[in-house]
Design a protein around this ligand. Structure first.
Ligand code: MN
Ligand code: MN
Length: 301
C-alpha cells in the first residue's frame, strides 16, 4: 500500500507525534512581549525532550513576514503586541521529517485570517487522494480561501518530504495552476496554505535578513575553525536547515565570525532569506504533514 516499509512508517509516525504534541504546547505558550529566542528554544527543547531532533530551526514569522525567521544568537526581539505569529516547526527521526505550523493571533481583527488558513488546510486534508493532480489540490485550497474573502499567497507551496530533505520532489500549490504532477500513494507531503488580505499583492519576496542556513557542497577550506565548524554541521545537520544558535561553542568565540563568514563566502553553505509579503500585509499559515493511503490520507501531525 505504501512506498515505505513498516519501520520507516513507524519513524514518520513517531516524528509526527512528537511534533503534534510540541505544536499544541507552543500554541498556548507564545504570548505578547515574549522574547522570540525563548519561543525558538522552547520549541526546539520540547522536540529534543520527546526524543526527536529539530528538522529545521523553529520559525517565528511575524505579521508580513510569512516564513524563514528564526532567532539569531542573542536575539533581543520580542513578540510584538497585536501581532499575528506563525510558529513553524519540524522534527526528524532518523532523517524522516514531519513539518507543521500554527498561527497565534494577538490581533482580533486578523483571527479570521488564521481560521481561513485552518479551513483551507482541512479541506485539502479531506480531499487529497492518491493520483490527484497537485493543481487540483491547489484549486481546492484557493477556492476555500477566496470564498471567505481572502487570498492565498501564490508563490509559497507545500512540498513532499524526503529523508533528510525538507523540500523533496513535488510541490503542493496553494492556487490552481498548470502542473502535471500527481499525489503519489505512500508519499509523505506537507500541505501549508498561506492566507493574506484581499487587497494584498498576495506574493512574497526575499527580505534582507538571513537567519537559516544549510550545507550545500564540500570544498577545501584554509581556515581550521571553518573546517571544524563544517565538520560539526555535516555530522549534526547533514542537508537539513540549521540556525547559528546551534553552532555556539563549536569553535572559540573569537574565531566564530570569521569561520562562519568563510563558509558562506566559499558557498559551502547557503542561506534562506526571510519571505516578506510584497505589499507588507499580514499573513497566516496552517500546516500538516500527511501520509497518502488508498482512500485519502493519514495526518501525521
Ligand atoms: Mn513548515
Ligand atoms: Mn513546510
Amino acid at each position: 500500500m505504501s512506498g515505505y516499509d513498516r519501520d520507516t512508517l513507524e519513524k514518520f509516525r513517531l516524528s509526527g507525534k512528537i511534533l503534534r504534541e510540541t505544536r499544541e504546547e507552543m500554541r498556548y505558550l507564545v504570548c505578547e512581549n515574549m522574547p522570540i529566542i525563548e519561543v525558538c528554544e522552547k520549541a526546539e527543547g520540547l522536540i529534543r525532550e520527546r526524543g526527536g531532533k529539530p528538522a529545521f530551526p523553529c520559525n517565528v514569522s511575524i505579521n508580513e513576514v510569512a516564513a524563514h525567521y528564526t532567532s539569531p544568537p542573542n536575539d533581543k526581539r520580542k513578540i510584538p503586541e497585536k501581532s499575528i505569529v506563525k510558529v513553524d516547526i519540524g522534527v526528524h527521526v532518523d532523517g524522516y521529517i514531519t513539518d507543521t505550523a500554527v498561527t497565534v493571533c494577538f490581533n482580533p481583527e486578523y483571527k479570521i485570517l488564521s481560521e481561513t488558513a485552518e479551513q483551507a488546510l482541512k479541506a485539502a486534508v479531506e480531499n487529497i487522494q492518491p493520483g490527484m493532480p497537485t493543481s487540483k489540490l491547489g484549486a481546492i485550497i484557493e477556492k476555500i480561501i477566496k470564498s471567505r474573502g481572502f487570498q492565498p499567497v501564490s508563490n509559497l507551496t507545500g512540498h513532499q518530504v524526503g529523508r533528510y530533505l525538507v523540500h523533496a520532489g513535488t510541490s503542493i500549490p496553494n492556487v490552481a495552476q498548470m502542473s502535471f504532477s500527481r499525489i503519489k500513494l505512500g508519499g509523505v507531503y506537507a500541505i501549508e496554505p498561506f492566507v493574506t488580505l484581499p487587497n494584498a499583492v498576495g506574493r512574497v519576496e526575499n527580505g534582507e535578513e538571513v537567519t537559516i542556513f544549510r550545507f550545500l557542497k564540500s570544498r577545501s577550506l584554509k581556515n581550521p575553525h571553518a573546517k571544524q565548524l563544517l565538520k560539526h554541521i555535516e555530522e549534526n545537520f547533514r542537508t537539513l536547515p540549521f540556525a547559528e544558535r546551534w553552532l555556539q561553542d563549536v569553535v572559540p568565540d573569537e574565531h566564530y565570525l570569521e569561520a562562519f563568514r568563510e563558509l558562506l563566502s566559499s558557498k559551502v553553505l547557503m542561506g534562506y532569506p526571510i519571505f516578506v509579503e510584497v505589499s507588507r500585509k499580514p499573513v497566516a499559515q496552517a500546516e500538516h504533514t500527511v501520509l497518502i493511503v488508498k482512500d485519502g490520507c493519514v495526518v501525521l501531525t
